[in-house]
Design a protein around this ligand. Structure first.
Ligand SMILES: [Zn+2]
Length: 472
């Protein structure tokens, strides 16, 4: 065939258009996730569909840690029957590799993969209540990072998630909390980090209560193995949210969910009490002996304020390692004392309980010598994987952070005649992250805070970096 010049030009143009379209399509590639709950099964299935990837380099990554857990949690141990479908329609089997990796022996191009997560096995194995998803007769409570994996090269792509229950269980997610939840739900999600960060509650025993008169949609989602007073939980959540809103002067979350599990302990070996923070939610796994059943004029909301406060720091202002998060390794985080201690200090102000600072002082006084001789940074590095495993480390980290915050607050208030406080230093960190859109480096923290309040905080900063010993 012979082309005239202008025909050839047109042809080149169309080819360019097609290539551009392909490029845009590739950039906008969306991953389709489907989570299926089947009645009476101890497992859930997950299917991930995508354009295509080669198994030469691509693998399925299942998280082994999550921001704020500061530990290795072997979620890959509960993954079963990994399979992929090739672009030719063949099914191939996946194999467990080292760490977070599931790989395929054949070098082929695949466009979907699937696997099961054994929820019962997970809960039997992980003894800390905060770490595992749960399955009961009429309840399935899922922590995103405990069931969802990704192909690392595709982790920044947008996601369409569909959740189905063949038992027609209602489905709730912290991604879009609503009282009107249904048995099939679809969510559009920015990328894998947000999919993994959210919680998914299914079942006829899930109770949902939307708190009235809150600044943002504020929802309580609970599963309880006995009676609980949802309105009272909601009232406490509202007091917590209002206190934090008054302190910081704004609320950065578009909505917020407090997820509660009130459980009869699974076994004597299981422990409960640690809670976990997420971008727009918190999860509390506790026992029925701590059930909230009635109005209390002065309830202990310390933990609720603390975990909700994490939605400001560190979830929206953080040091290196915290975000973007390396799901496969439990990364080294040098600012755990800031993440935890600064927010415990904020809690003491919001709840008007300065006496909690005495507790932090006592923790330092009674800390074992192997903790005392660690610098702040070294202790935080240790805490990156052993925060609650050896809670001497966790307690010491947040106590040092809270007492540093207190000393800074006193100093700032005095130097500025009360015009500025520690809060302004925190707002400095939050505004810095908002502008820079990245984690702050360790050496950037003190200058950001000092600049924000117009007070040189470096002497206090330096003092707390070193070894803190109470022994003469
Ligand atoms: Zn915390």
């Amino acid at each position: 065939m012979k082309y005239h010049k202008h025909q050839l030009f047109k042809c080149v143009l169309s080819l360019c258009a097609i290539l551009c379209l392909l490029k845009v399509t590739a950039q906008n590639e969306m991953l389709n996730y489907t989570l299926l709950h089947v009645a009476d099964s101890k497992r859930v299935s997950v299917k991930i569909e995508f354009d295509s990837v080669s198994t030469k380099d691509a693998y399925l990554m299942i998280p082994r840690s999550a921001p704020g857990t500061y530990e290795i949690t072997e979620y890959p141990n509960f993954i079963e029957d990994v399979q992929a479908i090739t672009t030719k329609g063949d099914t191939i089997n996946g194999f467990r590799g080292r760490g977070s990796i599931f790989f395929f022996k054949e070098q082929v191009t695949i466009n979907s993969l699937s696997y099961f997560v054994n929820i019962e096995h997970m809960e039997n194995d992980l003894k800390g209540g905060f770490a595992s998803s749960k399955m009961r007769t009429n309840y399935l409570g899922i922590l995103g990072y405990s069931v969802f994996g990704t192909i690392p090269d595709l982790k920044n792509k947008p996601i369409q998630l569909t959740i189905k229950s063949d038992a027609n269980w209602p489905i709730f997610s912290t991604l879009a909390p609503t009282e009107d939840f249904t048995s099939e739900a679809t969510f559009s999600i920015e990328h894998f980090d947000m999919l993994a960060d959210a919680q998914y509650l299914l079942g006829t025993d899930v109770q949902i209560y939307q708190v009235e008169d809150a600044e943002i949609p504020l929802v309580i989602a609970a599963y309880a193995e006995g009676y609980v007073d949802m309105m009272e939980i909601g009232r406490r959540a509202l007091v917590s949210l209002n206190g934090l809103s008054n302190y910081f002067g704004y609320v950065p979350m578009p909505h917020y969910t407090v997820c509660y599990e009130f459980l009869i302990p699974k076994t004597k070996a299981h422990s409960y009490g640690f809670s976990m923070e997420h971008m727009n939610s918190m999860t509390v796994s506790t026992t029925m002996s701590s059930a909230i059943t009635t109005f209390d004029p002065d309830p202990n909301i310390n933990s609720m304020v603390h975990h909700m406060g994490h939605s400001w720091i560190p979830l929206r202002s953080y040091g290196k390692g915290y975000r973007p998060f390396d799901w496969e390794v439990a990364p080294i985080i040098e600012t755990i004392w800031l993440n935890e201690g600064f927010i415990w200090y904020v809690m003491s102000i919001v709840t008007n309980k300065p006496e909690t600072l005495t507790f932090f002082e006592r923790v330092l006084e009674h800390s074992p010598e192997y903790i005392q001789r660690k610098s702040l940074r070294e202790l935080s590095q240790l805490g990156s994987t052993q925060y609650s495993g050896d809670f001497n480390i966790g307690r010491n980290l947040f106590s040092r952070g809270a007492l540093m915050a207190k000393e800074m607050d006193d100093n700032i208030t005095k130097a500025t005649n009360g015009k500025r406080t520690f809060k302004d230093a925190l707002l400095g960190l939050l505004q810095w992250t908002q502008k820079e859109q990245r984690a702050f480096a360790y050496d950037e923290i003190e200058p950001i805070m000092s600049t924000a309040v117009g007070v040189d905080l470096s002497p206090i900063w330096s003092k707390w970096q070193g070894i803190i010993t109470t022994k003469n």
